[in-house]
Design a protein around this ligand. Structure first.
Ligand code: MN
Length: 296
């Protein structure tokens, strides 16, 4: 099953080259605020996967030419794992001797603002911060289906609904991480959500990211430090997971800057691909980003 969003919050299942509009089935109301149709769809289908007869008479829309939106614009939370591939930890140490990130297994996770979520056709809007670099981080997104607290490793996969492509964009620097990672459009998610049953082995998922056609990041989930059941277990030891929660699983090596006009392509085998345009925005200036005037 692939769940997509379109037309101001309609929710649809992808059936080959068509979209089946399931908005009414899951109680999604296009144009509603808050836009929680995607969360309703995940909660509904995690409990009761749609049957063929449920879908037989629903409206169908051609997929071609449809402008898909972020499938989950309003989850309860976006959890993100830092330093979850050894090769990325090595490259961060090499770039800055002062930075010595602990692996996610001993550091845990952080949160990224939900409002940074954007869709496959929204573009990445760079803040107006002259001299600062914005980096791409190619990540597999985990989408929680059934919620819960204190979920064991053994039970974790029962709580996973599926996967999506996610790029964790970040302004590099020493300011608070949540602020550097939470600009609007800094968390593109999509192009749809693929249910977990469509992926044969969660320990063998290839992901890659290109900038202007040039391969920058290439990895496989077998190299995760904290694996997928481990991430669900760790996150749920702290907070109750809700249907539709997003977990960004961490970036592999190869992060680097993006600039206005760049085209960033993320593709994950069995999940999908997104081609994202990088646009220069005019927002974001604030004294907090000024270089320090005195030595700390
Ligand atoms: Mn990241």
């Amino acid at each position: 099953m692939k769940i997509a969003a379109l037309d101001g919050g309609r929710v649809a299942l992808i059936d080959e080259d068509e979209l089946i509009d399931v908005s009414e089935l899951v109680g999604a109301r296009p144009g509603e605020w808050p836009p929680v149709g995607g969360v309703r769809a995940i909660a509904t289908f995690a409990a009761n996967p749609p049957k063929r007869e449920d879908l037989a008479n629903l409206p169908r829309i051609p997929l071609g030419g449809t402008r898909l939106e972020c499938p989950l614009p309003w989850p309860n939370k976006v959890i993100a794992f830092p330093a979850n591939y050894h090769a990325h930890i090595d490259e961060m140490r090499a770039a800055n001797a002062l930075i010595s990130p602990k692996p996610a297994s001993g550091q845990g996770f952080f949160l990224k603002a939900n409002s940074s979520l954007s869709g496959p056709f929204d573009g990445i809007v760079l803040p107006d911060l002259p001299g600062r670099e914005v980096h791409h981080e190619c990540e597999l997104a985990l989408i929680i289906g059934k919620g819960g607290r204190d979920i064991s490793r053994d039970a974790a996969m029962d709580h996973l609904f599926g996967y999506a492509c996610l790029v964790d964009f970040v302004v590099r620097g020493k300011e608070e991480r949540v602020m550097r990672k939470s600009f609007d459009t800094f968390c593109p998610l999509g192009p749809w959500i693929v249910s977990a049953d469509e992926i044969a082995d969660h320990r063998d998922i290839d992901l890659q990211l290109k900038v202007n056609g040039e391969l920058r990041q290439s990895a496989n989930t077998r190299d995760l430090i904290v694996d997928i059941p481990g991430m669900i277990a760790m996150a749920s030891s702290v907070m109750t997971l809700q249907p539709g929660d997003v977990i960004a699983s961490g970036t592999p090596a190869g992060v680097g800057p993006v600039h206005e006009g760049d085209e960033v392509t993320i593709s994950i085998t069995g999940v999908g691909a997104m081609r994202l345009r990088v646009i220069q925005g005019s927002s974001g200036r604030h004294p907090v980003w000024a270089p320090p005037t005195t030595k700390e």
